[in-house]
Design a protein around this ligand. Sequence first.
Ligand SMILES: [Zn+2]
Ligand SMILES: [Zn+2]
Length: 78
Amino acid sequence: MSSMTVMDNGGPCSFCTNPLPVGRAVVFCPHCGMNVTLAQCPACSSEVEPGWHYCVTCGRDVSALPPIPGTAKRDVNG
Ligand SMILES: [Zn+2]
Ligand SMILES: [Zn+2]
């Protein structure tokens, strides 16, 4: 059993929807240059860094946001 990769994206970029590299840490999209590790505040679209519980711009509770929108697969299997 090998250790799991921490940053294993592989989903589409949430900004330009181009596919991101798989099997390596991806912070910036190679296609559009956006930081793909940031989520967006649903209220004001400000960048929300991983681990944040509240938006620094509008104060909205963003603790329920997925870490990387677009790559989170909604598997409702069980
Ligand atoms: Zn992109
Ligand atoms: Zn906000």
